[in-house]
Write a protein that binds this ligand. Structure first.
Ligand SMILES: [Ca+2]
Ligand SMILES: [Ca+2]
Length: 185
């Protein structure tokens, strides 16, 4: 009986080490690994709050190929994300070439919302060690480690206070009327 219990405990430990630590993405499909890799780490906030464990980040190359995916293991931080480069010896496009701009998409797992393009703001992150602050937009190059701060903001949140409110409306009206004045002159 005791050995049976021990076996169960070891089995659970095994599952914990090999499966739970390597969370598989539910939303984004897995990239195709190649020997050409660059790594990204950093922080991530969604509309002012730390992104949650289980939320997903995907990196796309300019051909629309998904070349890096990471499922958050801890709130607010991610990485390392392995972002794969294209293997020139294969016919298919597995990922990025040197200096390709990378696009980021975020999936909020609890709300089941996908954020991309105009909702996502990136900033270089200085953390020291072996990671360099990322260029903005991030560019793929083999063998580097880069750090970036990701913020998801509401589209239309012009004054960046994480709310869509009258403040945004006033700025927008001001902009529109300035455009109108410029047009009329
Ligand atoms: Ca290829
Ligand atoms: Ca490509």
């Amino acid at each position: 009986m005791k050995t049976k219990n021990l076996k169960i405990i070891f089995f659970l430990l095994f599952i914990n080490i090999f499966f739970i630590n390597e969370l598989k993405s539910q939303y984004f499909k897995q990239p195709i690994p190649t020997p050409y890799v660059c790594d990204y780490i950093g922080t991530i906030k969604i509309i002012g709050y730390n992104a949650s464990q289980g939320d997903e980040i995907a990196f796309y190359d300019p051909d629309g190929v998904i070349c890096g995916v990471f499922v958050l293991k801890k709130d607010g931080v991610f990485g390392m994300v392995h972002i794969y480069g294209d293997d020139p010896t294969t016919m298919i496009d597995e990922g990025a070439k040197s200096h390709d701009k990378l696009e980021v998409k975020i999936w909020d797992s609890k709300k089941n919302i996908l954020y991309s393009n105009k909702n996502i703001f990136l900033k270089p992150l200085i953390i020291g060690g072996t990671a360099s602050p990322s260029e903005i937009p991030p560019k793929w190059q083999t063998n580097g480690i880069y750090a970036v701060e990701i913020s998801v903001l509401l589209a239309g949140d012009i004054n960046l206070n994480f709310k869509l409110d009258l403040g945004d409306a006033f700025i927008l009206i001001e902009k529109l009327s300035l455009n109108q004045i410029n047009k009329n002159n």
